[in-house]
Structures are given as structure tokens and as C-alpha cells.
Design a protein around this ligand. Structure first.
Ligand SMILES: [Zn+2]
Length: 295
């Protein structure tokens, strides 16, 4: 496939962030917040679950159905923070979960990969910590300077992944260097916990392939970014959806056109489970019905 073709078929990609355990109202149970956003950072869905894994099947199925109901092409790329690959052959659980999108390419988010390696440091307040993180970033991402056009991009600080083999060599050089005297502060405190980091790297090395860029991805994203800004800003500057919706309705009556054509009013609720409603339904409970007019 040519470069142009590949870029044009990268219509959408999404990010799954299984972010953190919550505490509070459901004390003692492990709660997970899972969010999916699209390529322009808009949140598509956010649900709470008691565990990860199978609990997310409904969310994935609903999302796939929503795309198909809207007649929109499925995402081509999915960035995730865990379950990027599995030992041996066969699909990861996550790939099976999104089986309704068979061509979906699953990638590990580089930020999460770096966080995994950073957990091998003795403390993040160590004076060498920022240097380690910055060097690690340089191991993973390289300046994109293949030709004049790419050089121009590189000057605008756009980066791409450096390739699996090269990345492994560079990270190993960095780790070896910092395991030595260079990796100590003036009191001799080491930045890296040797045993922990050795163990972490042994595991994470396998995921280096999961963070490699798709060909042409950076330029495709830049094009989408430029396209999203190429719309003239509306004359009405307001973040109130209700207000813009009313103005548009009245504007159609009076002027025969929408004053803010870029505004999309929310569509009818489809019954898709969102946020805490998702968690409650799995536990067989219903979210309390709230009267908007009551206290
Ligand atoms: Zn992986």
C-alpha cells in the first residue's frame, strides 16, 4: 500500500486508558475507570467497573455498535495501556474484545511504556530522574529527518519511534550506563534499583514492538489537526451548548441558516451504559432516578 493510501485509510483511532483504582463509596472493592477517546481527544465513553477484563465486553460491543449505527468507518488504530500482546501466537484478550473491528491495529501507548520503566527508579525526586526520562524518550523517539519535508517537520519538534531493534539497543545502553557510576547522585545514591530494573526491562523489552508507529501516522495526524483548525471560528463565542442550540434554532427561523453551523447538538440517548450506570448494571443495581427539578 502506498503512503497516501495508508494515510487516507487511517480515519480514526482511539485510546483506551484504564486509568486508576478509585476509592470512596464502594470501599474495599477495586474499581476501575476505563475511558475511550478519539483521535482529537474527544471522550467517546467512560465507564466504571469492579474489575478489568470481561467487564469491558459490553462497553466494547456498545462502542462498536455505535460506530456501525452512525455509518462511520471503524477506527484503524487503538492505543492502550495494557494487554497489547500475548505470549506466543493468538490474539490478546483486548483484540478479541474488539473483534467487531477485525482490522484494528492495537498499540501500546508510549507514555505507559515509559511509566513502567520509570517504576524501576529508586525515587522520582532523584536528581538523575529527569535526565533518565529525557534520555529514555530519546531512545524511543527519533528526529524525523529523512528528506527536506521531514526535516522541516523535525524542526517543528515532531518525532516518530526509532524502530524496534534500534530502540532496544539504545534503551539497553542507557540502562547499562546508569547502572554504573554515572547513575549516582553526589551522595552516591543510585537512580536505578538494579534488581527491579533488570526484572522490569526483561518483561518490557517484549513490548517495544507494541509502541512502534504505523507508517505515515505522524503526518496523518498533522493533516487532521490542520483540517480541524481550517474552519472559520464562529461569530458566537460560547461554550454553552443550550445557548448555541437556541441561537441556531432561532437563526434558522429568522435568517434561514444556522449562525453556528459547526455546532452539533447531542443526539437522542441510545441506552448505552456510561460511567457509574455501567458498574451498577453489572452489580444488578439501578442508578437512582433523579428528578431534575427536585432538591
Ligand atoms: Zn506488548
Amino acid at each position: 500500500m502506498g503512503d497516501e493510501e495508508w494515510m487516507s485509510c487511517l480515519r480514526k483511532f482511539a485510546v483506551v486508558g484504564i486509568t486508576k483504582k478509585l476509592s470512596g463509596f464502594a470501599k474495599g472493592t477495586a474499581l476501575w475507570l476505563t475511558s475511550v477517546s478519539n483521535e482529537v481527544g474527544q471522550m467517546l465513553i467512560s465507564v466504571l467497573t469492579a474489575q478489568e477484563g470481561p467487564a469491558l465486553d459490553t462497553m466494547a460491543a456498545d462502542l462498536i455498535r455505535r460506530y456501525s449505527n452512525a455509518g462511520v468507518a471503524p477506527p484503524q488504530l487503538l492505543y492502550i495501556d495494557c494487554q497489547c500482546c500475548r505470549e506466543g501466537t493468538g490474539q490478546s484478550k483486548l483484540k478479541q474484545r474488539f473483534g467487531g473491528w477485525p482490522d484494528l491495529v492495537v498499540k501500546l501507548d508510549i507514555y505507559h511504556f515509559m511509566r513502567r520503566l520509570a517504576s524501576g527508579c529508586t525515587k522520582d525526586a532523584h536528581p538523575l530522574y529527569p535526565i533518565f526520562m529525557s534520555r529514555l524518550s530519546s531512545c524511543i523517539l527519533e528526529w524525523d529527518s529523512g528528506d527536506v519535508a521531514l526535516l522541516r517537520q523535525a524542526k517543528r519538534e515532531q518525532r516518530r519511534t526509532s524502530g524496534e531493534r534500534q530502540m532496544i539497543i539504545m534503551i539497553e545502553l542507557l540502562l547499562n550506563e546508569l547502572m554504573g557510576v554515572k547513575g549516582r547522585d553526589f551522595l552516591g545514591v543510585p537512580l536505578l534499583d538494579h534488581e527491579r530494573m533488570k526484572h522490569i526491562w526483561q518483561i518490557q523489552k517484549k513490548h517495544v514492538k507494541c509502541i512502534q508507529d504505523e507508517a505515515g501516522l505522524n503526518r496523518w495526524n498533522q493533516d487532521r489537526e490542520a483540517a480541524s483548525l481550517a474552519v472559520r471560528p464562529p461569530s458566537l463565542l460560547s461554550y454553552s451548548g443550550d445557548l448555541v442550540h437556541c441561537v441556531n434554532n432561532n437563526s434558522v427561523k429568522v435568517l434561514g441558516r444556522k449562525l453556528v453551523p459547526s455546532f452539533q447538538p447531542p443526539t437522542v440517548y441510545t441506552g448505552e451504559l456510561i460511567g457509574i450506570d455501567y458498574l451498577y448494571r453489572q452489580a444488578g443495581r439501578a442508578l437512582q432516578h433523579v428528578q431534575p427539578d427536585s432538591e
